[in-house]
Design a protein around this ligand. Structure first.
Ligand code: SF4
Length: 482
């Protein structure tokens, strides 16, 4: 538990996010009085500067200050409040986070925006390094990813749209999962109803996007391939009957869990025109697969990968997670060596995030989480192997509650970039999301603005409140310029 007191301002969230950089996954309380015990921070704003004081059991351990410019606006004031806390905690811990005090989820998007405002590459690096204390290596990563993303965005046309289809079922629940996902063995009957309702929503969307080009389709979840062969084939048929897929550039299916991949499902995907799939090991170490609750073996991963290759898939992505319980840098090295032998066209490297709705969060004290320095080693190993495999970073995002405040990076071979992944990060194209938990983003290019429309979250609500949800979508699609 960490308490903090504010004096001279009310920017509690900014103070808390700065504390979270150094002390993630704690409980944070904004209190009136400095407690005599435990760990606490006092954040003060005066006419000339922001100050921060870090206490342990009432004893002052470190302090940090940031100068207040004349006529500073609210954004700048929040920045210095956060900066002072950041400095005090850096001074106490001696640890400089690689992303400095950046807490936003899309640093590459920030780099793109700065570039559009006329910043040169060196000015962008300076902005990250001097204003936010970001390391040169990470500033460069943000800049390079923003360039790769921009190449893709330049191919966008104003009337392009992407489609997301959510299938919220999985064989078991992974330890770290916070997504809406239901065990397929209990929900198999409901999955039939779900597929039928989904077809109705897809038909509605298809009518609404007439006159536009559907550029990419992404079926995710959950694990879409948790559906049985018949259900999955039905889903694929529905999508190809409802939409004109002739001119789309990308059709992805997350075949995430290797134990759900069958030849019949791969054939159904091929028939529908799927040209990118994910086979996600998360780790190539059996002991970890067992700990995180995935009921499959390392061999299953390899078998599924080769089966997809044999079926003719030429763009296979593999996801891994760094910092899984009881994994060391040596385990990550083993994972990367095994993945390098498979040589997928894309690799997505996540760093573990302890999400609120996960079993991991519930039982956080039963696991030794990876220290930031070790996570840094793991990241370096993964990026070294990605380079050796001929993969370059092309998209990136960060999440709250990531261990060490690091990032998730998508690597791929040149020309194999996932359009959908870039669009979802850069938010420069409308993405219509269908299925339970779908979050539609309508992009207005004239105003450079996004309007979000949310589907209901649970499968039961999706089935019972379908009409109400479609009405909401209808209103948003008709009343907003997108
Ligand atoms: S496969 Fe993904 S969605 Fe399914 S339980 Fe694991 S983390 Fe959650």
């Amino acid at each position: 538990m960490i308490n903090f007191v504010l004096q001279g301002h009310t920017y509690a969230m900014d103070v808390q996010t700065a504390i979270q950089i150094f002390f993630p996954n704690k409980h944070y309380y904004n209190v009136e009085e400095m407690p005599k015990e435990g760990v606490s921070v006092k954040s003060v704003l005066t006419e000339s500067r922001a100050e921060a004081y870090f206490y342990q059991n009432g004893e002052l351990k470190a302090e940090g200050f940031a100068k207040r410019k004349e006529n500073a606006d609210e954004k700048e004031i929040k920045h210095i409040v956060k900066e002072a806390v950041f400095k005090a905690l850096y001074s106490f811990t001696g640890y400089m986070p690689k992303w400095g005090m950046i807490t936003g989820v899309r640093p590459a998007k920030t780099a793109s925006e700065l570039s559009q405002e006329g910043y040169s590459d060196s000015k962008i690096l300076e902005y990250f390094e001097n204003r936010f204390y970001v390391s040169h290596q990470k500033a460069l990563l943000a800049l390079n990813v923003s360039k790769a993303e921009r190449e893709i965005l330049l191919t966008n046309s104003p009337l392009d749209v992407s489609l997301y289809i959510g299938i919220p079922f999985c064989p078991t629940r992974c330890l770290y999962c916070s997504f809406t996902s239901y065990p397929i063995d209990k929900y198999s009957k409901k999955a039939d109803e779900y597929i039928n309702k989904l077809a109705e929503e897809l038909t509605f969307v298809s009518n609404k996007i007439k006159g536009r080009r559907l550029r990419s389709v992404y079926i995710g979840g959950g694990t879409p391939t948790s559906l049985n062969d018949g259900q999955f084939a039905k889903l694929m048929e529905n999508v190809s009957e409802i939409f004109d897929l002739e001119n789309i550039d990308e059709f992805t299916v997350e075949a995430g869990r290797p134990d759900t991949i069958t030849k019949a499902k791969l054939e159904a995907m091929k028939k529908a025109g799927v040209n990118r799939i994910s086979v996600n090991p998360q780790t190539m170490n059996q002991k970890t697969l067992d700990i995180i609750g995935r009921r499959h073996s390392v061999e299953d991963i390899k078998k599924a990968f080769y089966m997809a290759k044999e079926e003719g898939f030429k763009n296979i992505n593999m996801d891994i997670i760094l910092g899984l319980p009881q994994e060391s840098a040596a385990d990550v090295e083993n994972t990367m060596r095994e993945i390098a032998k498979l040589a997928p066209e894309s690799l997505t490297v996540h760093t573990l995030a302890v999400k609120r709705a996960s079993r991991l969060k519930e039982n956080i004290f039963s696991y030794d989480l990876t220290a930031a320095e070790e996570m840094e080693n793991m990241i370096n190993i993964s990026s070294y192997y990605a380079g050796k495999m001929g993969l370059a970073p092309y998209y990136m995002y960060r999440q709250k509650a990531m261990i060490g405040n690091f990032e998730n990076v998508g690597y791929c071979k040149k020309g194999m970039e996932s359009l959908y992944n870039v669009e979802i990060m850069e938010e420069k194209q409308s993405i219509i999301a269908t299925g339970a938990g779908g979050a539609t983003k309508l992009y207005n290019p004239d105003k450079n603005q996004l309007v979000r429309v949310f589907n209901v979250k649970s499968v039961d609500d999706y089935l019972s409140r379908f009409d109400e949800m479609i009405e909401r979508k209808e209103t948003a699609l008709s009343s907003n310029k997108w």
